[in-house]
Design a protein around this ligand. Structure first.
Ligand SMILES: Cc1ncc(COP(=O)(O)O)c(C=O)c1O
Length: 277
């Protein structure tokens, strides 16, 4: 149905508490990208917050593929699928509702916007900021107030993202994972409760291995970040953004780096294989 016709109760715990889990899955050539990985993360997250899965894996696949198909005439073959599961509609109480309360499921398709060409020429600006979020950042939950405030802070400073620092270590972006090229090695912080296990992050580590780009998972300090040869931000919809200005200072020559160019080619080839499959 058109989104204008969709109705959700104001007592939905997603609305009242932000008590929900979500995913964002791109589709290229009408095919969902890394669907198994997204569904595995979704299942892990629902378990982590003790929420009933509204669908089994095969049913998820059917529904999501059908949404992409039905939206082909409206949005074309490159779509972004947003899905959200909340703990359902119940009288307001912090504790969980009775077990008969069914989860609410909302799924929508929007056209996937092509990234501006200026990114490959100029890159983007980012700021660093203390990570003000809670300590379960591995859960992709709809309570995103910390992330929202951090992203807005970046916008207010004419940057596109805030790179977060907690206890002397760089964690991730407000809505992205982080990579830094340090002494020729592509480094991303290890998974754990302080960052989201990004689907794009994992794919980039896979591609690095396949194409012999030295890479590893290791902690990064703010001083190492400041000195990095390249800095990238990764996410499903923005892919790999080269950060060319950090806190108002150029990253090396202030242009997207060579390794970013290589990785972007590999990433685009990987997408193309899905379209052709
Ligand atoms: C906090 C955070 N970290 C990382 C990511 C990147 O995850 P993915 O590559 O699965 O889109 C996102 C995505 O929106 C995010 O919100």
């Amino acid at each position: 149905m058109p989104v204008s016709e969709a109705r959700i109760s104001p007592l939905d715990r997603g609305f009242i508490f932000g008590d929900g889990i979500y995913e964002v899955i791109p589709a290229y050539g009408g095919k969902l990208f890394r669907l198994d990985e997204h569904l595995r993360r979704l299942a892990n997250n629902l378990t982590a917050v003790k929420m009933k899965p509204p669908l089994a894996t095969e049913a998820w696949k059917q529904v999501l593929n059908e949404i992409v198909l039905r939206n082909l005439p409206i949005h074309g073959s490159e779509q972004s699928i947003y899905l959200q599961v909340t703990r359902g509609v119940a009288e307001r109480d912090h504790g969980f509702p009775d077990s008969h309360v069914e989860p609410t499921l909302f799924i929508m398709s929007t056209p996937l916007k092509a990234l501006p060409e200026s990114i490959a020429r100029e890159g983007v600006a980012a700021i660093t900021h203390e990570d003000i979020r809670w300590k379960n950042c591995h859960i992709k939950c709809t309570s995103l107030l910390g992330n929202i405030l951090l992203r807005q802070q970046a916008y207010d400073e004419h940057a596109v993202e805030a790179i977060l620092i907690r206890d002397g270590e760089v964690t991730e972006g407000a809505a992205s994972n982080l990579f830094a090229l340090i002494d020729g090695i592509l480094i991303t912080p290890p998974k754990g409760p302080l960052l989201l296990p990004g689907i794009t992050r994992d794919l980039i580590l896979e591609l690095a291995q396949q194409h012999n780009i030295p890479s590893c998972e290791a902690f990064i300090t703010p001083a190492q970040l400041k000195d990095a040869e390249e800095i990238w931000l990764t996410s499903s919809t923005k892919e790999i953004l080269p950060v060319t200005t950090l806190d108002g200072v150029a990253v090396r020559n202030g242009k997207p780096g060579k390794v970013w160019q290589q990785m972007t080619q590999h990433y685009q080839q990987y997408k193309q294989q899905l379209r052709n499959a």
